[in-house]
Design a protein around this ligand. Structure first.
Ligand code: ARG
Length: 461
């Protein structure tokens, strides 16, 4: 097949149905800049080993630079007859520098070690972007937390009122998982920077090219110790996809809060006009679409991860064409987060909280009952009994339609003699919150501490 990468052994070109199935340029063109960077590094390695003379290297690099410029300005595109990005760029190189010189670049490398390297370069670049966008979101959460240092709200478990907390405390609880996602990306980077280049098709190179030099040229670390593993493994892609799925889940959980908070029943937040949508039929509607899309897209991110895992499972060593299926899902995960994160950050940064509404609900649902029990414990009542007494008080108040601080001293004594009117001193939201001074607790100075800790944790990521 004339112009193909494997003409010699074949007397016929690919059937159109095969070409249609096999073609990947509509998605792997995204890798063209990385392919060209790899080719420049490879050309230098060939020259260093004596396979290209100085003049040939100069002409080869000039040809690659011209192709790079053409790819960037859109004047060079893949043709229908190109199987993949590697194929297309070799065709362009031959056109640019002639068949004799252009035909030398492929020595000592395979599309198998090439693609394994390029996917890493692509992911490393986009990981940087995702880190950057996530840091912006963490900053927006931290800004909302510091703008509302005293706002209180009902803390929930099982979605039921549990104990009063600070709004800032709750907001920061959505920031820490994102910090861990950034740490995951940093850990992943250690493995992602290992270099498959030089592994060849699977068995390693025979031309004496320097894989360390190529790796250094590409900004990667040491070459991978096993050429079969280097070309056959894609766990680095799956691991990246896991972090993006986890990020999606973390955004989705926050989104669910925003969706609830924006309901009439909660009434905790107002969404900015610019970050909410209306209805085509109901004139009064203001919908939290960004949050819903975050929740929805987390499903897609999880799907991409599970698709990758299913593709990789059971593949024999070494390279198999199945591995081409790694790109579309992970490219989709990258694009999904790169459009979702800025919108989500805008939504969070512009949320308007109704502090009064939240404060009003904070003590409801007898959420100070634990404070009654803790007050008894501080007076030497065993917690088992203290819990029992506080529970009886809740039952009494529920029947009488009273709040916990409203029974008379006699009523208290009737429940248990150890329960006196002095208990009212802890039955305020502010008192309850201030008393939770344990590590990571909701007391204002503890929350201020964790805000500072969060800011310090994000800086080096
Ligand atoms: N397009 C291929 C991929 O994405 C590149 C490697 C092809 N190698 C091969 N022997 N067919 O995986």
């Amino acid at each position: 097949a004339p112009g193909s990468l494997w003409g010699g052994r074949f007397s016929d070109g690919p059937a159109p149905e095969l070409a249609a199935l096999s073609r990947s340029t509509h998605f792997d063109w995204e890798l063209a800049p990385y392919d060209l960077a790899g080719s420049r590094a490879h050309a230098r390695a060939l020259a260093a080993a004596g396979y290209l003379d100085d003049d040939e290297l100069v002409r080869m690099l000039a040809g690659l630079d011209a192709i790079d410029a053409g790819v960037r300005d859109g004047s060079i595109v893949a043709l229908d007859s190109d199987e993949d990005v590697h194929f297309a760029l070799e065709r362009e190189l031959v056109a640019a520098v002639g068949a004799e010189l252009g035909g030398k670049l492929r020595a000592g490398r395979s599309r198998n070690d090439q693609i394994a390297t390029l996917i890493r370069l692509y992911l490393l670049d986009h990981a940087e972007r995702i880190v950057h966008l996530t840091v912006h979101l963490i900053d927006a959460i931290a800004a909302q937390a510091s703008a509302h240092p005293d706002a209180t709200m009902p803390g929930r478990t099982h979605l039921q009122h549990a104990q009063p907390i600070l709004l800032a405390h709750h907001l920061l609880a959505h920031a820490w998982p994102l910090v861990r996602d950034l740490e995951r990306l940093r850990d992943w980077r250690v493995r992602a920077t290992a270099s498959p280049y030089g592994a060849g098709a699977l068995a390693g190179g025979s031309l004496g090219l320097d894989p360390d030099a190529v790796a250094a040229d590409l900004g990667l670390g040491a070459p991978m110790p096993n050429s079969i593993d280097a070309t056959a493994s894609r766990d680095v892609v799956a691991e990246f996809a896991y972090v993006t799925a986890q990020l999606g889940i973390d955004l989705s959980r926050f989104a669910e809060d925003v969706i609830l908070w924006a309901t009439r029943e909660f009434g905790f937040v107002r969404l900015a006009d610019a970050y909410s949508t209306g209805s085509s039929i109901m004139p009064q509607k203001k919908n939290p679409d960004i949050a819903e899309l975050a929740r929805g897209k987390s499903g897609r991110l999880i799907g991409n991860l599970t698709g990758l895992l299913a593709t990789f499972k059971g593949l024999p060593l070494a390279y198999n064409r199945d591995l081409q299926e790694d790109k579309e899902p992970v490219f989709d995960s990258v694009r999904t987060l790169e459009v979702l994160l800025p919108a989500f950050t805008g939504m969070i940064a512009t949320l308007e909280f109704d502090e009064e509404r939240m404060a009003e609900l904070a003590p409801q649902g007898f959420s100070l009952a634990t404070d009654v029990a803790d007050w008894l414990v501080r007076r030497n009542v065993p917690f088992r009994e203290a819990h029992e007494i506080a529970g009886k008080l809740v039952q009494f108040c529920e029947r009488a339609g009273l709040e916990l601080d409203q029974p008379t001293d006699a009523d208290y004594a009737g429940i248990d003699p150890r329960l006196t009117g002095e208990v009212r001193s802890v039955l305020t939201v502010a008192g309850s919150i201030a008393s939770r001074r344990g590590t990571g607790g909701t007391a204002p100075d503890r929350v201020a501490e964790q805000l500072a800790e969060l800011t310090a944790a994000v800086r080096p990521l």
